[in-house]
Design a protein around this ligand. Structure first.
Ligand SMILES: *Cc1c(COP(=O)(O)O)cnc(C)c1O
Length: 444
């Protein structure tokens, strides 16, 4: 990280939206530098083959996951979530914002992914599996032709117990990595930022995970995790800010969604556009998913990232072109938000740069509105999410209001009538009932 002093006044003059960000106003920014998918993909530095490779690795591990986590048996060891229609919520949103949403509003329930109840069950678990596979193959204990069920044994647990894993997290990444690492037999430390909820720490400790708590934010927790790992050559540090492995684990979602939509008879093409609204923290989750979606659907899919007004790190980084060279704190924003999964002050430089041509827009949402939408979704659809996961819910409103943006894409009313608006619900499935009651009580 380079330490340069940022001239805030110059920044506000050159990039007027920064004023609204600093004032904690809700902001919508459509990216003028977006390109066609074909033009943008080569800048990512990863390819369809890399994603296929990740998909194949997850397939190899499916027999292990089925054994180790019986809740994945119904999907044969594949960690995947449902897509559901939310028509009542659509109506409620239209009323609330006095805006017509053309097309269908649907929810991708990563909130209810098995093992850890958030989108981190994609990238986090995938990276630990990749590491475990590498160690076992190098030690001559495993080949890719084997049935990986054998990893669920005392022999392998003993083998992995010689190694450790460390990670910094605001909660959900730690949950995913902690649970899968402990199950495989690794010794694992999760460095939790101040945002992390107590129940997540308790749950991890119950799984035998070493939880280290910090009073500072995510950047400090990551830095400390990295330091701990550097001291121990047998410790593997999972780098949420830069990891291509995590990114690929998330990207598999794109190919899977394509099949899922085919099964559900939901068309996506130039006449049936797909808009996807992804809550963004450091960027790996939404960035990886968006990469996979672009590979799967090309120019027919349009991705938007959503952040809390108190932690708009990706919007700030991409909009000013400074990427990880600027943090929200440096412009006077506190990075304190109820959306604990998104409480990140400095975005991933890798994701911001890799994906800047492929993300149509970015917007922010107020914390109170996250709670309002949380209770509204519960009332209208009986679906319960954690605050972070509601950030995507206003995306369809912003797109519907953005007449110039839609015109630029040549999407007229008829095509929009065929559109799918997919809200990526990123977490909430494992929130304890009493915690959920507290969340619900905060809605208006
Ligand atoms: C981590 C997380 C995100 C965003 O993922 P990043 O990789 O941090 O951008 C979104 N929602 C929830 C609930 C999360 O835990």
């Amino acid at each position: 990280m380079t330490m340069t002093t940022i001239d805030i006044n110059k920044l506000k003059n050159d990039y007027p939206l920064v004023r609204d960000l600093v004032d904690l106003k809700e902001v919508v920014w459509f990216n003028p530098n977006v390109t066609s998918t074909d033009q943008g993909l080569p800048y990512v530095g990863l390819t369809q083959n890399d994603v296929m490779d990740a998909q194949a690795r997850l397939q190899r591990f499916a027999p292990y996951l089925m054994k180790a986590f019986p809740e994945t048996a119904s999907t044969e060891g594949i960690i995947e979530s449902a897509v559901v229609d939310i028509p009542q919520m659509k109506e409620a949103l239209e009323k609330r914002y006095n805006t017509l949403i053309e097309g269908q509003l649907r929810l991708k329930k990563d909130s209810h992914l098995p093992i850890s109840g958030s989108i981190k069950a994609r990238g986090g678990i995938y990276e630990v599996l990749t590491h475990a596979e590498k160690l076992a193959i190098e030690a001559g204990l495993l080949t890719t032709e084997d049935n990986y069920e054998k990893l669920f044994s005392d022999e392998f647990r003993k083998f992995f117990s010689q190694y450790s894993i460390a990670v910094g997290s605001t909660g959900n990444l730690g949950m995913s990595i902690g649970i899968i690492s402990a199950k495989l037999g690794f010794s694992v430390s999760v460095h939790m930022s101040a945002d992390a909820r107590q129940w997540k720490k308790d749950k991890l400790r119950a799984h035998g995970v070493n939880v280290v708590e910090y009073e500072q934010d995510y950047s400090i927790a990551v830095e400390q995790g990295r330091k701990e790992a550097e001291k121990n050559p047998r410790c593997f540090f999972i780098d949420d800010e830069n990891s291509k492995t995590l990114f690929l684990g998330y990207a598999v979602a794109g190919l899977r969604l394509k099949h899922q939509f085919e099964t559900l008879n939901i068309p996506v093409d130039s006449e049936h556009p797909l808009f996807v609204y992804l809550p963004c923290g450091v960027g790996g989750g939404p960035g990886g998913v968006a990469f996979g979606l672009k590979l799967a659907f090309g120019d027919a899919v349009h991705c938007l990232f959503a952040e809390p007004t108190h932690s708009p790190c990706m919007l700030l980084g991409v909009y000013t072109q400074l990427h990880d060279g600027i943090s929200v704190q440096e412009v006077g924003i506190d990075n304190i938000t109820a959306a604990d999964g998104l409480a990140v002050g400095r975005a991933s430089g890798f994701v911001g740069r890799a994906m800047e041509r492929l993300i149509d827009g970015y917007y922010t949402i107020d914390d109170q509105e996250l709670y309002n939408l949380l209770s509204l979704l519960n009332k209208e659809e009986g679906i319960q999410l954690e605050p972070s996961a509601l950030a995507g819910m206003t995306g369809a409103i912003h797109v519907s209001q953005a007449k110039d943006y839609l015109q630029g894409l040549s999407l007229d009313s008829q095509k929009m009538h065929n559109a799918t608006h997919l809200v990526w619900a990123t977490g909430g499935g494992m929130v304890p009932t009493d915690e959920m009651q507290k969340y619900l009580a905060q809605g208006e």
